[in-house]
Design a protein around this ligand. Structure first.
Ligand SMILES: Nc1nc2c(ncn2[C@@H]2O[C@H](COP(=O)(O)OP(=O)(O)OP(=O)(O)O)[C@@H](O)[C@H]2O)c(=O)[nH]1
Ligand SMILES: [Mg+2]
Length: 227
């Protein structure tokens, strides 16, 4: 029996706690406004013979750590404690939501994208090509309506699939997101620099390089601390 640790991450008000409650039977506070979950909360569920440990993270629009919520979410995701990430998305706001998804993918952990609020999507007659989205992101995508308890079985099956095929779902750094050739040239140089330096072995070199180029103060601080 394995214990599979799953980080539940997503933007504020996307339905993370509703999904967390659905999967674990917990009673996390749900409200119709963002910023409800500030601290991370842990819950458990059975996945076949295995045990899933779910960690409900505060909602964040990005992982830049400008706020306490971002810092809590990001420190946990970088800590190496999670086996994979369940990224809960408000599918009726797909474009806005994918900013965080890309940052999650960039960390390098396997990510399952959960298109939540599919009831709203259907009501608005929006069509989402799941297969294409999954291909573009190079990661599994599952539909759900947490509020109506829909998607639980598919999500549990996908957690198991990813956990037992972790190599297949963890992509090499360079395959995650490709930027423009100019940016890639600079990124490559910086990545090589971090890779060559033993003090940074706990971090993904590519991730550090991207964050430094984005002007991320937290990453700058991290480098100062390690140096
Ligand atoms: N229509 C619809 N509403 C949903 C769905 N899932 C959750 N909600 C609603 O969305 C709102 C936010 O849900 P929460 O679970 O608190 O969202 P959260 O992501 O935990 O929010 P923060 O903790 O603030 O980041 C609540 O009003 C939920 O009832 C869904 O699939 N469809
Ligand atoms: Mg919440």
């Amino acid at each position: 029996m394995a214990e599979i640790t799953v980080a539940v991450a997503g933007q504020p008000n996307s339905g993370k706690s509703t999904m967390f409650n659905l999967l674990t039977g917990a009673r996390q506070y749900i409200a119709n406004y963002p910023g409800v979950t500030v601290e991370k909360k842990t819950g458990y569920l059975k996945i076949g013979d295995d045990k899933g440990k779910l960690v409900d993270l505060p909602g964040t629009y990005s992982l830049s750590s400008y706020s306490i919520e971002e810092t809590v979410a990001r420190d946990y995701l970088l800590s190496g404690q999670a086996d994979l990430v369940l990224n809960i998305i408000d599918a009726s706001n797909l474009e806005r939501s994918l900013n965080l998804t890309l940052q999650l993918l960039e960390i390098g952990l396997p990510v399952i994208v959960v298109l939540n609020m599919m009831d709203v999507v259907d009501k608005r007659k929006i069509k989402i090509d799941l297969k294409k989205l999954s291909q573009k992101l190079n990661t599994p995508v599952v539909k759900a309506v947490a509020k109506q308890a829909k998607g639980k079985t598919e999500i549990k099956a996908m957690i198991k699939e990813v956990y037992y095929n972790i190599k297949k779902y963890s992509r090499p750094e360079a395959e995650i997101i490709q930027y423009s050739p100019e940016l890639e040239a600079d990124l490559e140089e910086l990545t090589a620099y971090f890779k060559a330096d033993k003090r940074f072995t706990n971090y993904s070199a590519r991730w550090l390089a991207v964050r430094i180029m984005a002007g991320d103060k937290h990453a700058e601080k991290l480098i100062r601390e390690v140096s």
